[in-house]
Design a protein around this ligand. Structure first.
Ligand code: MLT
Length: 254
């Protein structure tokens, strides 16, 4: 299903179940199918809205630069199109950066926020420079560069690594480059955390090799009211590695 969002981006999305609205936002460089195992476990509790971010899956891809707020505005367009005023948001990794941008800009439309394997901090200067170098490599050599570099860090589970490897390789160059630059330019969201008046969950694997659980602990220090749910032995992809535990944690957003 497609819809015209505010910025003339066609967002592809799925909608499942019934209950209070919950938007599931995938990470980089993936698409909505990462949520496939948790959707059946959540659809009795939530009206699940599961988009492909711009540049990924079957959503439109644009060549002009964009930001985390642009990703968030695409989702506002989708929610308006669906007539959903307020929702809870669960963002995986880069999806968490998008959810944070959404929550900063549209706090009144957020009933709860789950950051899954994500962080609030901006990139350190060397990480930022690395993103631009990766973007140049992707332009020259293709998206496989990113897939090969990321795959070993995503999970200890071979099946999960195989699945995500294929998914990463299926994404478009322009989408991967656009997201790398948007991530490089994102702001530190830590200062705004204390202004959030909705519940915040931090769902993080204690074996995450890409974004260590220390990043979630930093959020907890800045926002003591946040609830940290540590998933034992989970890597960066808990919704694929431990779908039941991840779904149970997300149900706290009800
Ligand atoms: C992700 O998993 O979405 C990204 O790798 C996050 C990042 O690179 O900061």
């Amino acid at each position: 299903m497609e819809n015209p969002s505010e910025q003339n981006i066609d967002l592809s999305y799925e909608r499942h179940g019934s209950g209070s609205p919950l938007v599931l936002i995938h990470g980089f460089p993936l698409d909505l199918s990462i949520w496939d195992s948790v959707v059946p476990l959540l659809e009795n509790d939530f009206d699940l809205i599961v988009p492909d971010l711009r540049g990924f899956g079957e959503s439109s891809t644009v060549e002009t630069p964009y930001t985390m707020l642009d990703f968030a505005n695409d989702i506002v367009g989708l929610l308006d199109f669906l007539g959903v005023e307020k929702a809870a948001f669960a963002g995986h990794s880069m999806g968490g950066y998008v959810a944070l941008a959404f929550a900063k800009e549209y706090p009144n439309r957020v009933s709860g926020l789950a950051l899954v394997s994500s962080q609030a901090a901006a990139d350190a200067p060397e990480r930022k420079a690395g993103r631009y170098k990766t973007a140049r490599d992707v332009l020259e050599k293709g998206v496989n560069v990113v897939a090969e570099a990321m795959e070993p860090k995503l999970s200890a589970d071979e099946k999960v690594r195989e699945f995500t490897n294929l998914l990463m390789k299926a994404q478009s160059k322009a989408g991967v480059i656009g997201a790398l630059k948007a991530m490089a330019e994102r702001e530190d969201s830590t200062p705004v955390l204390s202004q959030f008046s909705f519940p915040v969950l931090l769902i993080h694997g204690d074996a995450d090799a890409l974004i260590p659980i220390d990043r979630a602990k930093e959020i907890k220090s800045a926002l003591p009211a946040a609830r940290l749910i540590k998933l034992k032995k989970a890597g960066h992809m808990p919704m694929l590695e431990f779908p039941k535990e991840t779904a149970e944690a997300l149900k706290l957003l009800k």
